[in-house]
Design a protein around this ligand. Structure first.
Ligand code: PAF
Length: 285
């Protein structure tokens, strides 16, 4: 595996592979890799050709009181894991390489509506930061295929829309969420949980599973499901940002004819903000 920190070096490598007729799969990450990331990488490898991963903790997607400074950074371990997973090129730029204009606010990519609902309402500007850095990475790497975890479902919807609207010739693939044995979705931010908090954190998955199962078997009162899910999390001491049923395509509240749904939750537990979701196909009623 080759490690590069400069955009020009990525471009040179990609050009050589393109000239040799090779396809390129890309997994953007913020590092601190865990089994969830490895599943994205395995999916990328199944698309054949060359595989590139980026590791960049993107300041633009963190709010002023968020964890940018403390976000876990483990570059040496990440490099080992990527090499073991068969990565061809690891791109690990610094902030100056990605945002060369320094303190001047960068050109932004904004995906309206989807970016300001749900997590966007609690983390203003977050999805503009994500859409902007992913658009930059797409222009640098120019992959055929890019893989994103379904755990960050809203992020996936934002990126799909951004890629479609800006005509990126890239297939966006969602990879299923990887869970701990007790159901907790894997996330770098799980490290922020104290022992007692870690013990109650799987309640998010349990509440989502209950709502998803009710929807799949015909429950029609979405407000009641949302209320019950939020109450279950609050009873565990969580501060619930939302527990909601949406349609998968655009995360708008579903109309009765919508079948492809997703139940999403976000809750704060101690120092961690946990998000999770489950997709469900509503039965025809
Ligand atoms: O999901 C992440 O790790 C990040 O939001 C991403 C997509 C790498 C953009 O910084």
């Amino acid at each position: 595996m080759q490690t590069v920190t400069h955009i020009a070096d990525v471009r040179a490598r990609v050009l050589a592979w393109r000239r040799a007729g090779e396809r390129i799969a890309f997994v953007p990450t913020m590092g601190n890799l865990h089994a969830g990331h490895i599943s994205l990488i395995e999916l990328a490898r199944r698309h054949g050709g060359r595989f590139i991963a980026s590791i960049f903790v993107n300041p633009m997607q963190f709010g002023p009181n968020e964890d940018f400074t403390h976000y876990p950074r483990t570059p040496a371990r990440d490099a080992e894991m990527l090499a073991a997973a068969g990565c061809d090129l690891m791109f690990m730029p610094d902030v100056g390489e990605m945002y060369a204009q320094g303190a001047t606010p960068p050109t932004r990519v904004e995906v309206p509506e989807i970016s300001t609902m749900l997590c966007g309402a609690f983390r203003p500007g977050h999805f503009d930061g994500v859409a902007t850095v992913v658009a930059k990475l797409f222009n640098i790497v120019q992959p055929d295929v890019a893989i994103f975890g379904e755990k960050d479902f809203q992020q996936l919807v934002v990126i799909r829309r951004m890629a479609a609207d800006l005509c990126f010739p890239i297939t966006i693939i969602g990879a299923p969420t990887v869970r701990e044995p007790d159901g907790l979705a894997m996330s770098s931010r799980n490290q922020y949980l104290a022992e007692a908090e870690r013990a109650v954190a799987p309640a998010i998955h349990a509440a989502l599973a209950e709502a998803a199962s009710a929807l799949a078997t015909g429950a029609a009162d979405l407000a009641a499901l949302e209320h019950a899910g939020a109450a279950r999390l609050a009873a565990q001491g969580m501060q619930v940002d939302y527990f909601t049923v949406r349609r998968r395509l655009d995360l708008e509240p579903p109309v009765p004819a919508d079948r492809e749904l997703v139940v999403l939750a976000a809750a704060r537990l101690g120092k961690a903000r946990l998000i999770d979701n489950l997709q469900v196909d509503r039965s025809a009623t």
